[in-house]
Write a protein that binds this ligand. Structure first.
Ligand code: GDR
Length: 327
């Protein structure tokens, strides 16, 4: 008898994490569905980068349209739903606070309701974030018990989604998990996020295509890991006996300045300061100065650990941008 492949639905399939997760699940034998909203021209570049565009099946829906989510969940009855859809750029969330809230907060309520009404055996993963901690810390780090003090409309929207995810677990006994992921990057990171902006900028300078790199606050510190490692933690969270919440990070952090200096060092430039222009447009109304994960719970319960070093991550991203720009 043929065994039916497990179905997984990924929202945010065109972003950075969606393709890495899809690839991971395809390798495990899942049938992967990707939710796509209506665009005039959807771009499949990130899925193409990983060579899986045609292996994913696409379904139409929008996080701001509850009926569309009800239909998709009812039709698929997926074993697992990974909610990676979001207005994910912190910087844009001040100017588009309502949109950010509708997609990142209320959209999650719609998706949870879809599961509750039409597919209560579905396991649900919510892309929660270290941005919820903001200023909160426990001895200079953040773990599952650290208080939330978000600093942006984005962070606030994610706190709502986090608690709704917990609440559906406690109220309706639905299997839900929050992955509280710290910054995770890759060669397919969106160009407006600082890491990719730096590696693209450095590659342009190397190739003579740009003269400088305009950035905001160089002092903020982030716990940066590789997205390809982090999607494994997402999957592991849904393979446990019960839903739970996990911090996922490397446990070490670096300043934006250190990222810049390492990226320049990779292309053989030591006096990188002369290429950097501080541009007030990239300074945020409120900043999260210092994030550093304590990922002990994920290590102990999920057996998860990051595999990619900070140095390799920076080098891989610069190399990928050099290759792309040379084409
Ligand atoms: P972040 O990522 O806000 O941490 O959220 P981002 O890369 O945008 O910023 C990191 C830090 O760099 C500083 N910075 C700049 N940032 C950008 N984008 N552009 C600049 O020019 C610049 N100069 C300095 C920022 O002020 C900030 O301190 C990311 C997103 O992916 C979220 O969706 C996710 O939830 C968290 O990571 C975990």
């Amino acid at each position: 008898m043929e065994v039916m492949a497990k179905k997984a639905l990924i929202t945010g399939i065109l972003g950075q994490d969606g393709p890495y997760l899809a690839k991971h699940l395809l390798n495990k034998g899942y049938k992967v569905f990707g939710l796509i909203r209506r665009y005039s021209n959807p771009t499949f570049d990130n899925l193409d980068f990983l060579g899986i565009t045609r292996e994913v099946e696409y379904v139409q829906g929008d996080m701001s349209d509850e009926a569309s989510l009800y239909s998709v969940v009812k039709m698929l009855q997926p074993a697992e739903v990974y909610n990676l859809a979001a207005q994910s750029f912190v910087g844009a969330s001040w100017d588009q606070a309502k949109l950010t809230t509708e997609v990142n907060a209320i959209g999650v309520l719609y998706l949870l309701n879809a599961i509750k009404f039409f597919s209560p055996a579905t396991k649900f993963y919510q892309a929660s974030t270290s941005e919820m901690f903001g200023l909160g810390n426990t001895n200079g780090r953040q773990d599952e018990n650290t208080n939330f003090h978000p600093r942006s409309p984005y962070g606030v929207s994610k706190v709502y989604a986090y608690w709704m995810t917990v609440n559906f677990r406690e109220s309706y006994n639905i299997f839900t998990a929050n992955g509280i992921l710290f910054n995770h990057e890759s060669p397919i990171r969106g160009i407006q996020f600082v890491t990719r902006k730096i590696t693209d900028g450095v590659a342009r300078i190397k190739l003579g295509l740009a003269k400088d790199l305009r950035l905001g606050n160089l002092k903020s510190r982030r716990d940066w890991g590789f997205a390809g490692d982090y999607v494994e933690a997402m999957h592991l969270m849904l393979q446990q006996d019960k839903g739970d919440d996990f911090v996922v990070g490397t446990g070490e952090n670096h300043s934006v300045e250190e990222f810049v200096s390492l990226a320049f060092e990779h292309i053989g430039i030591k006096d990188w300061q002369k290429y950097i222009v501080t541009d007030p447009r990239f300074i945020r109304p409120a900043e999260v100065p210092d994030l550093k994960a304590n990922p002990q719970k994920a290590k102990k319960i999920l057996g998860w650990e990051p595999k990619t070093s900070f140095k390799d991550l920076v080098a891989d991203m610069v190399e990928a941008d050099l290759k792309r720009l040379k084409k």
